[in-house]
Design a binder for this molecule. Structure first.
Ligand code: PHE
Length: 357
């Protein structure tokens, strides 16, 4: 029995895989294995001999079985270790640097603008691109005869004869969203609205569809000073510079009073734009204090509330920041252009993580 034990324990220790182990199990403790054969011999023994041999055989069987189980577990562990070694993956490696698709600069800039204003407590509002001429014009203090209405090169929706619904237009600016969000949330409010707008115009700096971002802040104690600070913070963050010079130029919009166009100090030295230095000025947006009639149209009492609003061209500030020379290229869907000017899909712009890195 000692020989049997020594033989099988050695074989088990040397077994290289599970099938070798199974062969040993069958030969040792299987139904027709060596231990079973020995057990059959018990019948031919005297009762005294059997009392010694029986328990000893059972103990041998138990010992072989537990050696088999231990070896089986050890083999499984080794197999797992081997698999972990061969399937090892460095998850800290950078992602593929050229994914198939890129984020369009206009989407990128919309995200950047949203990230900056979100940090200042503005939420994003949206409105329809096809809107009534009331929202697009009348509610914004641009009545039917007003010259601005003609200047906007408006696309009117076709109306069938007998259609009594109010006339619809492709919105010519994002300002109608001012009215819609006043109606929806009342005062106080702080929103921006990035989105597409339409005007019948086409040359190197105009396309019939382009993008604006509207800003609106309404509260009890809002002035042009708040507007100026917010815009300064925005321009610094957006152009990723430490300081900017803003110039407010008196202007006129029917929906703001007073109104100002805003220029930023810049230089074009060597053909590249640098914001925050130089002797040139660059117009980037229109703004002003919301006209009382506009507050009224949005259901807000102008005796109690004031606000500022601004409207900025997204395509324009994208061209400025990323050096895009021709606006029309934004909408050509030229793959080479998109690869060159597009952004990595996984780099979400945030103020702390970097806007455009
Ligand atoms: N809606 C104006 C435009 O399209 C911009 C603007 C918005 C001006 C809000 C003042 C206030 O030119």
């Amino acid at each position: 029995m000692d020989d049997l034990k020594a033989k099988y324990l050695t074989q088990i220790a040397d077994a290289g895989d599970e099938s070798a182990l199974e062969a040993i199990r069958l030969a040792a403790v299987g139904k027709k294995g060596e231990v079973a054969l020995k057990m059959r011999e018990l019948g031919r023994m005297t009762p005294e001999e059997r009392q010694v041999a029986g328990p000893a055989l059972n103990a041998l069987k138990d010992e072989i079985n537990s050696a088999l189980a231990a070896k089986k577990a050890a083999l499984a562990d080794a197999a797992l270790d081997e698999r972990l070694r061969s399937e090892w993956l460095d998850v800290t490696l950078p992602t593929r640097h050229r994914p198939a698709g890129t984020i369009h600069p206009i989407s990128q800039v919309s995200e950047e603008v949203t990230a900056i204003f979100a940090e200042m407590g503005f939420s994003v509002a949206e409105g329809p691109r096809i809107d009534t001429d009331w929202y697009n014009f009348d509610a914004l203090n641009i009545p039917g005869h007003h010259p601005a209405r003609a200047e906007m090169d408006t696309f009117y929706m076709h109306r069938a004869e007998g259609d009594n619904r109010p006339p619809h237009v492709l919105r010519t600016h994002t300002s109608p969203v001012q009215i819609r969000s006043m109606e929806k949330t009342g005062a106080p409010t702080r929103i921006i609205c990035p989105g597409g707008v339409y005007r019948a115009d086409y040359d190197q700096t105009h396309t019939p569809m382009f993008h604006q971002v509207e800003g609106l802040a309404i509260d009890k104690d809002i002035s042009m000073a708040n507007l100026k600070w917010v815009l300064e913070e925005f321009v610094k963050s957006y152009f990723e510079v430490d300081g900017v010079d803003l110039r407010f130029r008196a202007s006129h919009f029917p929906f703001t009073e007073p109104s100002a166009e805003v220029d930023i100090r810049c230089s074009w030295e060597g053909g590249t734009l640098k914001v925050g230095e130089g002797d040139d000025w660059l117009e980037i947006l229109g703004s002003g204090m919301v006209h009382p009639k506009v507050l009224q149209a949005g259901g807000i009492d102008p005796e109690e509330w004031q606000g500022f609003a601004f409207g900025m061209g997204i395509d324009r500030i994208a061209m400025l920041k990323y050096g895009v020379p021709d606006l029309r290229a934004f909408f050509d869907s030229d793959l080479r252009w998109l690869r060159h000017y597009g952004f990595a899909a996984l780099d979400v712009p945030t103020l702390h993580g970097g806007l455009s890195r």
